[in-house]
Write a protein that binds this ligand. Structure first.
Ligand SMILES: Nc1ncnc2c1ncn2[C@@H]1O[C@H](COP(=O)(O)OP(=O)(O)OP(=O)(O)O)[C@@H](O)[C@H]1O
Ligand SMILES: [Mg+2]
Length: 278
């Protein structure tokens, strides 16, 4: 039995540029993630050297840069990965300085990280893991827990939207998942947890052509429904054809060296990074 629904290539289908979500109860309360002069080290090795970036609800920011320039470091530091030491700067989630908060507390505020390389968690059922994570978020917002039956219904809808087989819900988190299946699972997770700011680290890497479109549609649908702020780390312009960014930033050697609009990504694809590196 195939693990995934096979879909016919739709190379001729162009996904229209996302329409801006209309203001609703959720998006009325806008969120701002403000990164100011952020410096961070790993093993006493400085990696981030003064990042300034502000992401608001309803904005899509793409961040591009050479291998090793600090993209994953940035999103991991924002989420609170203990491996990194913040040596200078602040990160405000609305008015809350999050740098002292545990990753769980950051998630409760509405921050989400889709990993570049999602890890396996053997022995932990994916459906249960997602339900507990969802209920942890709901509890922190003083909302009632979602019942297992209601959760299963929502989970099934989200899994189907990513064209994944129901069987995945009953497997251990990412155990034996292919690279593309892991990336789809990250988007299922995002859609269920409903973050206000989503950091997506190379969500497009390792995806086949159809999977890229499905994952991009998943992100786009979530964006149109909930109007989050999105920081999309990518190496390729291709995903930006599906998810049009409002801003494109180039990071090199731990600093944002250039910001612009979508045309910057196209320029990069043509000319490479040479002009932007010091
Ligand atoms: N434990 C460590 N000790 C020393 N250097 C480290 C450690 N962990 C990460 N680094 C270095 O930090 C730098 C930034 O890594 P990071 O993963 O943020 O890059 P990236 O921009 O995401 O690259 P890629 O495009 O390849 O994913 C790299 O040079 C990496 O080798
Ligand atoms: Mg990386």
């Amino acid at each position: 039995m195939p693990q995934m629904t096979v879909i016919k290539p739709k190379s001729a289908t162009v996904i229209k540029r996302h329409s801006r979500p209309k203001t609703d109860a959720f998006s009325a309360k806008t969120t701002t993630l403000e990164i100011k002069n952020l410096h961070a080290s790993v093993n006493n090795q400085p990696i981030l050297k003064g990042i300034n970036l502000t992401i608001k609800s309803g904005e899509i920011h793409a961040i591009m840069g050479p291998n090793g320039s600090g993209k994953s470091t940035l999103v991991n530091v924002l989420m609170g990965h203990p491996k990194y030491e913040v040596t200078k700067g602040t990160v405000l989630f609305n008015d809350t300085d999050i740098l002292e908060l545990e990753p769980t507390k950051r998630a409760h505020l509405g921050l989400f990280l889709g990993f570049q390389q999602p890890l396996e968690i053997p022995g932990v059922n994916l459906g249960t893991f997602l339900r507990l994570a969802k209920n942890s978020n709901l509890k922190s917002q003083k909302q009632p827990e979602i019942s297992p039956a209601d959760f299963l219904k929502t989970l099934k809808e989200n899994v189907a939207a990513l064209k994944m087989d129901d069987k995945f819900m009953h497997r251990a988190v990412n155990e034996g998942f292919s690279g593309g299946e892991r990336k789809r699972t990250e988007i299922v997770q995002m859609s269920l947890l409903e973050p206000k700011i989503a950091l997506l680290d190379e969500i497009d890497s390792g995806l086949d052509i159809d999977a890229l479109r499905i994952v991009a549609e998943g992100i786009k649908n979530y964006f149109e429904k909930n109007s989050p702020g999105i920081l999309l780390v990518t190496h390729y312009q291709r995903i930006l054809n599906y998810i049009a960014p409002d801003f494109v930033h180039i990071i090199a050697n731990g600093q944002i060296v250039k910001s612009g609009d979508r045309s910057l990504a196209k320029e990069l694809e043509k000319k490479g990074y040479t002009n932007f590196l010091k």
